[in-house]
Structures are given as structure tokens and as C-alpha cells.
Design a protein around this ligand. Structure first.
Ligand code: THU
Length: 128
């Protein structure tokens, strides 16, 4: 799977974002080691605290369906047009639970030809 295709899927997943409180739409596309891609979006709540980020939606969907081996995740945020969005600390901690920090790739994309690639350890260097 090309990174550009994964970014495209993350951007498409933004369309389902439920974000009436922040207006900030996030989509994620999680690539599993078996080649499956599981997408997710942010889902907000009027009580704020129950809000779930796009990345965690994708992880929890995949794990709950029995898929817990991952190689990469693409993320795209933005109010109107897609823009680069870096995962929050809580999502990085969830990634750290299930992914190899030196191999798992985090792809932060604005478009299929404009994205930044990191390994998980770069984003969460002193992990718990
Ligand atoms: N959000 C995500 O979905 N992923 C991130 O990596 C950063 C933040 C969501 C949470 C909230 O719904 C909105 O973006 C604004 O913070």
C-alpha cells in the first residue's frame, strides 16, 4: 500500500467526522500487517470528555474485530480543507501499546502528495 493511498483514505474518512463542537474534522486510515485498512474519524460529545479521536476510533475498531498487528497510520485534520494534523499524546500512547515504536509509521497528510512520515518513537520518544 502506497502512503499516498493511505492518506487518500484518511482524507475520505474525515467526511464522517462528528465534530459540531470544535468544527475540526479528523480522519485516520490504519494499515494492518495483513493489508487490511481500518478507517476512523473523530467523534465529539456535548460533554466534551467522551470525545474520541480519529486515530483511536480506527485502533479500537480494528482491535475489537480481532486485528491487532499494525504497520502504519495516516492522519488528516482540518476545519475546512484537509491539513497536516499530528496525533495527540493519548493516541500516541494507544499506538505505543500495540505497535513497534521503531517500525510503526505515522503519516500526517494534507493531500496524497503532501505528507510527513515519522516513526512512532520520534513522536513519543520517552514513552511510558
Ligand atoms: N483530534 C483527533 O481526532 N485527532 C488528533 O490527533 C487531534 C485531535 C480531534 C479531537 C477533537 O474532536 C478535535 O480533533 C479538536 O481537538
Amino acid at each position: 500500500m502506497e502512503y499516498s493511498d493511505l492518506v487518500k483514505m484518511a482524507i475520505k474518512a474525515r467526511d464522517n467526522s462528528y465534530s459540531p463542537y470544535s468544527g475540526y474534522k479528523v480522519g485516520a486510515a490504519l494499515l494492518c500487517k495483513d493489508g487490511t485498512v481500518v478507517t476512523g474519524c473523530n467523534i465529539e460529545n456535548r460533554a466534551y470528555g467522551p470525545t474520541n479521536c480519529a486515530e483511536r476510533t480506527a485502533f479500537f475498531k480494528a482491535i475489537s474485530e480481532g486485528n491487532s498487528s499494525f504497520s502504519a497510520i495516516a492522519v488528516s485534520g482540518g476545519n475546512d480543507e484537509p491539513e497536516i494534523c499530528y496525533p495527540c499524546g493519548v493516541c500516541l500512547q494507544v499506538m505505543a501499546e500495540f505497535c513497534d515504536p521503531d517500525k510503526f509509521q505515522v503519516i500526517c497528510g494534507k493531500s496524497p502528495d503532501e505528507y510527513e512520515v515519522f516513526i512512532l518513537r520520534e513522536m513519543l520518544p520517552k514513552m511510558f
